[in-house]
Design a protein around this ligand. Structure first.
Ligand code: PEP
Ligand code: MG
Length: 760
C-alpha cells in the first residue's frame, strides 16, 4: 500500500496543471482501490458551494459544471462532520441527494473522505461502487492517508489561484489578479511598497522544487545557455590539462561532453521542459534517474560514473540558477523574496535599495527576521503559499505588522498603505525628540534601554536612537561573514570599533552562539535536532581554543576604556558550564595580563534561555554578575515550538502565561540575590512586553535600535504602579490571546494606542 500511496502522490505532484493533477488523482485512486467511481469536490468559499472538479466513472460532462449547496447531499455531510462517511447503500441515506445528470443512482457503496488542511475542509474525495458493500477499514485508512498528504497541495493551489481558476473559469493565475494576498507572520514591523527580487540559495539538486512554467521556449533557451556554459567550462579545463594528462584520462572530458549531448542527458531534460517543467526540476528528475541507473550497475567503474552525472547536473544547475538570479541591476525599491532568505542574501543587495523582505520559510524569530528588525526593513516570514517562481519583478506591498503580502496591488490598496506608512514616518520623526532623554516612567522608575547589535552600521544607528548601552553583541555575525574562524586580531579590531563607539557605555559581548539556525559555512554541523543539539556554549566549551581566542579578543578590545565589558554566556543549561566558562575567561584574563596589557576584569553573565536555567536561576545568580533572559530561545524551549517552523508559528507565543511566569521567576531570583538582570529577546522591544517587563523589575530591556524609540515613548508615558496593576491581572490569565487583548486595550485606554497598530 505504501508504494501505491507514494506513486499516486508523485504522479499528482508531477502533473502539468492543477486540473491534470486532479484527473490523475481520480484515475489512480480508482485503479488502486478497484472502484467504479472516483470524484473530487472542492469547496468554493466565496459562493458557499461544492464544485464537482474531477471524476472517473460518472458522467464526466458534468465536471466543472455541477455545483452542490452547503447542505446538499452526502458531500456536504462529509464536509460538515469533517470525517469520513462509509455507506453500503448511499441511495437510502436520508441525506442522499440525487443529481440525475451525473448518473450516480446506480452506485450504492459510498466512501467520502474530507480534504482538510490546517483544520479547514477544502473539499471531499469520494469513491463509489455498484455493489452494496461497506468499504473495508484498510480502504478507508488508505483514503484518509492520501487525503491528509494531498491537502497541503490543495491549499497551496488555492492560495496560488489554481483552484479559483477551476471554480471561476480561467481568470488567470493568482498573481495576475489584483491584490492577491498571501499570509505569513510579521518578521519586522513596517510597511513597504516595492518590486520583488527573487533569490535562490547555492545550487543543490535536493532543494529544487517541482514547478511548472508557461513559456517553454524561454525555458529551453535558459537550459541551452546553461548547458553551453558548462560545455565551455569543460572544454577549457580539458585544454588546460592537455599537456599534463595522459590521453586516456583526457578522454574522460569527452565522455562528459557527450553526456551533455542532445541524445543523452540534455535531450532528456529538454523533453521534460517541453512537458511544462521548469528546467531546474526537469534537470533534477533526469539526473536522479540516471544516477539511480548507474548506482545499480554491477561494474564498480560504471557505478562510480553516477557521481560524474551528479557533478555535471550540479554544474548545469549552478548556471540555471545564475541565469535566473544573477542581478547586476537592482530596482531602487527591491523587496527580497526567497524560499529561505538568509542573512547572507541580505548582504548581496545594496543597503539603500533593500526595502522589504519576504521569506517563504522561517518565522518571526529566525535570525534573518531579527536582522531585518535591526535594519528597520519590513519583513514577512513564513509566507508558505507565495508562488515565488512567478513573482520576480512584480509589484508588492509588504505589511510587516500583520505578516501580509499583496501582489499586484490596486491603486486603492497602494494609496491606503502609503498613508499608513506616512503616519508611521511622522510618528518616528516625533520620536526623534526623545533621543537624549532617559527611559523613565511617569512615577520616576528608571529603566535601561539598551540595544542588540552585530551588523555593520548597528552602532551608529543605535547611538542615533539614544541607546544607553549594548545588551547583546551577537558575535556570530563577524564569524558568518568570513570563510574561516576570524583570528584573535580580526575579532579584537571589530569588537574594539564597537566598544569605542559606545564608550563609556557598557557593552555586553556574547560568546559565540552557533548551532540551531545559525551556521557557519566553514564549520557545518549536521544534526537531526539542531535546536536540541550542539549549540552555543556547548560548542565553545568543546572547543576551548575558539573560546579562548574570543575571550582574549574581547578583553583586549576593552583596553583603556571606561565602559564595562560584560561577557555573556549563551544556552547555559547547567552550573558546570558556567564554572568551566568562568575558568576559561579567567585564564584568558591572566594570559592577556601576562602579555603586559592592562585590561580590567570583565563582568560575567548568563543567558537564561532554557527552562532548566529558569529553575536554577537563583543558583546561577550566585555565580555571576548579571542574568539576561534570551526570551526568543526561552519561548522556543518552554513551549517546545521551533522558532523557525512556519507550521507552528501560531503556537510560538511570547505572551504565553507560562513564558511570562518564567520571566517573573527569573526576576524574583535575581532580586533575591541582588544582581543586575535584563532581557535581550524580541519581547523586550515590543510595547506590550516592555510594559510587563518593566513592571516585573527588569533593570535593562535590550532590543533592536529600531524598536527603541517607541518603547521609550511608552515607558515615559506610563506609571509603574499602573504597569504593576496590569501585570498582576496578566499573571492570572490563561492564554496568550487573553494577555495580548487585555494589554492592547489597556494601552489604548491609557492613550498609548499609537504604538499598537491595528489597521484592519
Ligand atoms: C534569544 O534567544 O532571545 C536571544 C537574544 O538570542 P538569539 O536570538 O541570538 O538566539
Ligand atoms: Mg538565543
Amino acid at each position: 500500500m505504501l508504494d501505491t500511496l507514494r506513486s499516486i502522490i508523485q504522479d499528482v505532484a508531477e502533473a502539468g496543471s492543477f486540473q491534470e493533477s486532479l484527473d490523475i488523482l481520480v484515475h489512480d485512486v480508482r485503479a488502486a482501490l478497484g472502484t467504479e467511481v472516483c470524484s473530487v469536490y472542492l469547496l468554493n468559499r466565496e459562493k458557499d458551494r461544492f464544485l464537482f472538479v474531477a471524476n472517473e466513472g460518472l458522467n464526466t460532462d458534468a465536471v466543472g459544471k455541477l455545483e452542490l449547496g452547503l447542505n446538499q447531499g452526502l458531500i456536504a455531510l462529509v464536509a460538515e462532520r469533517a470525517e469520513p462517511i462509509n455507506l453500503d447503500n448511499a441511495t437510502v441515506h436520508p441525506r442522499f441527494y440525487l443529481v440525475p445528470e451525473i448518473g450516480e443512482e446506480a452506485f450504492h457503496a459510498f466512501l467520502g473522505v474530507p480534504l482538510i488542511h490546517q483544520r479547514e475542509v477544502l473539499g471531499v474525495l469520494v469513491v463509489q461502487q455498484r455493489e452494496r458493500r461497506k468499504f473495508d477499514e484498510s480502504e478507508e485508512a488508505f483514503l484518509i492517508t492520501l487525503s491528509a498528504q494531498l491537502a497541503a497541495g490543495f491549499a497551496h493551489a488555492e492560495a496560488t489561484g489554481d483552484v479559483q481558476k477551476l471554480l471561476h473559469g480561467d481568470v488567470g493565475p493568482a498573481l495576475e489578479r489584483q491584490d492577491a494576498m498571501f499570509r505569513g507572520v510579521g518578521g519586522a514591523p513596517g510597511i513597504s511598497l516595492g518590486t520583488a527580487v527573487v533569490v535562490h540559495p547555492a545550487a543543490s539538486l535536493e532543494a529544487v522544487s517541482e514547478r511548472m512554467i508557461d513559456d517553454v521556449t524561454l525555458e529551453l533557451q535558459i537550459l541551452d545557455r546553461a548547458v553551453e556554459s558548462v560545455r565551455g567550462d569543460i572544454e577549457r579545463i580539458s585544454e588546460q590539462f592537455a599537456q599534463s594528462l595522459p590521453p586516456e584520462e583526457l578522454a574522460l572530458f569527452d565522455v562528459y561532453l557527450h553526456m551533455l549531448d542532445d541524445n543523452a542527458l540534455a535531450g532528456d531534460i529538454r523533453q521534460r521542459v517541453r512537458k511544462g517543467f521548469w528546467a531546474q526540476s526537469a534537470l533534477k528528475q533526469v539526473i536522479r534517474e540516471h544516477v539511480r541507473l548507474f548506482e545499480e550497475m554491477e561494474d564498480p567503474y560504471l557505478r562510480e560514473r553516477g557521481a560524474d552525472v551528479k557533478d555535471l547536473g550540479l554544474r548545469v544547475l549552478g548556471y540555471l540558477q545564475d541565469i535566473r538570479t544573477k542581478k547586476t541591476h537592482f530596482p531602487d525599491d527591491a523587496i527580497l523574496v526567497g524560499d529561505d532568505v538568509t542573512p547572507g542574501m541580505l548582504a548581496n543587495i545594496p543597503a539603500d535599495k533593500l526595502k522589504g523582505i519576504v521569506s517563504v520559510n522561517g518565522s518571526a524569530n529566525s535570525h534573518v527576521a531579527i536582522l531585518a528588525q535591526a535594519l528597520d526593513i519590513p519583513a514577512v516570514m513564513g509566507a508558505v503559499d507565495l508562488p515565488i517562481f512567478n513573482i520576480d519583478n512584480q509589484r508588492l506591498i509588504v505589511d510587516g505588522f500583520f505578516g501580509e503580502v499583496f501582489c499586484n496591488p490596486s491603486p486603492g490598496k497602494v494609496e491606503h498603505y502609503r498613508s499608513l506608512r506616512e503616519e508611521e514616518r511622522e510618528f518616528a520623526e516625533e520620536l526623534e525628540a526623545l533621543r537624549d532623554v532617559p527611559g523613565i516612567t511617569l512615577d520616576g522608575a528608571r529603566i535601561g534601554l539598551w540595544v542588540n547589535i552585530g551588523l555593520p552600521g548597528d552602532a551608529s544607528r543605535s547611538l542615533d536612537r539614544g541607546a544607553e548601552g549594548v545588551g547583546l553583541f551577537r558575535t556570530e555575525v563577524p564569524f558568518m561573514t568570513k570563510d574561516r574562524f576570524p583570528s584573535e586580531e580580526e575579532q579584537r579590531a571589530i569588537y574594539r570599533e564597537h566598544m569605542v563607539a559606545f564608550e563609556p557605555k557598557p557593552v555586553t559581548m556574547r560568546t559565540l552562539d552557533i548551532g540551531g539556525d545559525k551556521s557557519l559555512s566553514y564549520f557545518p554541523i549536521n544534526e537531526d535536532n539542531p535546536s536540541l543539539g550542539w549549540r552555543g556554549i556547548r560548542v565553545t566549551l568543546d572547543h576551548p581554543e575558539i573560546f579562548m581566542v574570543q575571550a582574549r579578543a574581547m578583553l583586549k578590545a576593552n583596553e583603556g576604556l571606561k565602559g564595562d565589558l560584560r561577557i555573556m554566556l549563551p544556552m547555559i543549561s547547567s552550573l558546570v558550564e558556567v564554572e568551566e566558562a568562568k575558568r576559561l575567561v579567567q585564564r584568558a584574563y591572566n594570559e592577556v595580563r601576562e602579555e603586559g596589557i592592562a585590561v580590567k576584569q570583565p563582568l560575567i553573565g548568563v543567558m537564561i534561555e532554557v527552562p532548566a536555567a529558569v529553575y536554577q536561576s537563583r543558583q546561577l545568580a550566585k555565580m555571576v554578575d548579571f542574568l539576561a533572559v534570551g526570551s526568543n530561545d526561552l519561548t522556543q524551549y518552554m513551549l517546545a515550538v521551533d522558532r523557525n517552523n512556519p507550521r507552528v508559528a501560531s503556537l510560538y507565543q511570547e505572551y504565553h502565561p507560562a513564558v511570562l511566569s518564567a520571566l517573573r521567576d527569573v526576576a524574583k531570583a535575581a532580586q533575591a540575590e541582588k544582581i543586575y538582570f535584563g532581557i535581550c529577546g524580541t519581547l523586550a522591544g515590543t510595547p506590550l512586553g516592555a510594559v510587563l517587563l518593566m513592571a516585573m523589575g527588569y533593570h535593562v530591556l535590550s532590543m533592536n535600535a529600531t524598536n527603541l524609540p517607541k518603547v521609550k515613548w511608552v515607558i515615559r508615558n506610563i506609571r509603574r504602579t499602573d504597569a504593576r496593576r496590569m501585570l498582576a491581572r496578566v499573571l492570572r490569565m490563561g492564554t496568550a490571546a487573553e494577555v495580548q487583548h487585555f494589554m492592547h486595550q489597556q494601552l489604548v485606554e491609557a492613550g498609548l494606542g499609537r504604538v499598537v497598530p491595528s489597521h484592519h
